[in-house]
Design a protein around this ligand. Sequence first.
Ligand code: 1QQ
Length: 377
Amino acid sequence: MKKLLTLLSAALAATFAQAADIKVGVAEALSGGAAQYGTAIRNGFQLAADEINAAGGINGNKIALVIEDEQGKKEEAINVFKKLIFQDQVLMVFGPTLSNSAQAADPIAQGAKTVVFGTSNTADGITSIGDFVFRNSVTEADVLPETLKMAVKKAGVKKVAVLYGNDDVFTKSGYDNFKKALSDLNIPVTTTETFAKGDVDFKAQLTKIKATNPDAIVLSALLAEGAPIMVQARQLGLNVPIIGGNGMNSVKVFDLAKERAEGLWVGSPWSIENQSEANRKFVVAYTSKFKTAPDQFAAQAYDGLYIASQAMKKIKLSGNIAADRVALRNALPDVKHNGVTGAFQFRRATDKAGRPAGYDAQQTAIVSVTRGGKFTI
Ligand code: 1QQ
């Protein structure tokens, strides 16, 4: 009898311990080309979850990350979102890594009245999907004009060639925003060339670009194509600055393009050189846990979980998942956070008809350029 009681109480304790865990879905690209970003993002969430849990969790409840690999593919992102939301019954979902996948999968979360929080989606239109869609990644529309202005000023750029991927939501949106910013700054475009996902040889486009003698190349690409583009440009003697978007803003560019990654201009709120106490602590903790330096993708994810956890602390979890999901959505917009990416708050986005929709990041970007194998400001 005593044995039975002990067993029973152990089982009950396990049940309650589990019930008290707050399940948070993480759907990121952990394999394929986009894993260059997704791995750092997952690490950022893990570090933040460990810290938050060690400090008492969410009013005593632990955050339990449910991590899934969406492979950087639209279809997989949809599958993984369905699993996390309907099967695992997570409180909210972080991800997916690419805007291309977010555009396909976020409507699943919106339809299920579940917060979806992107920490790396920067294309136009993602938060237009609906009022459960949030992001703390600063959009291309906000960052690219700043990057361009700084590169123009510091590198004396008068005319540029444009190169972009025309089959991805993010690279196309980057192109649209570069085009607008170039026209606002009255900078002539010598030629506009395109490529597609999976391309490996960019010499035809780069040869055309070289013939137009630009002062810089404006590049909207993900790393898988962007890094070989930098290598091949330099091989062809095109040593002009390259002005990139969020896709090029990762230390992985040095692994992939080595010394040919020099002269790359990018913008983001986070810099490894930011000496704030929060950031110094983050860089040390991340490096010791993962044996590699963080990048802005890790930093955005880390801040993203802290932002969400503030909203979680404000709501009284009822155990009714539908009610808890709505309560979280309602608590999130007011969160302000001073994290490793600096001061953060949300800004309301609108849908295509101009009606209030989801929430974008309101943050300022820091522009940096690669020199000596580092992003420098
Ligand atoms: C997007 C991006 C990519 C660079 C994310 C990794 O910004 O797809 O929106």
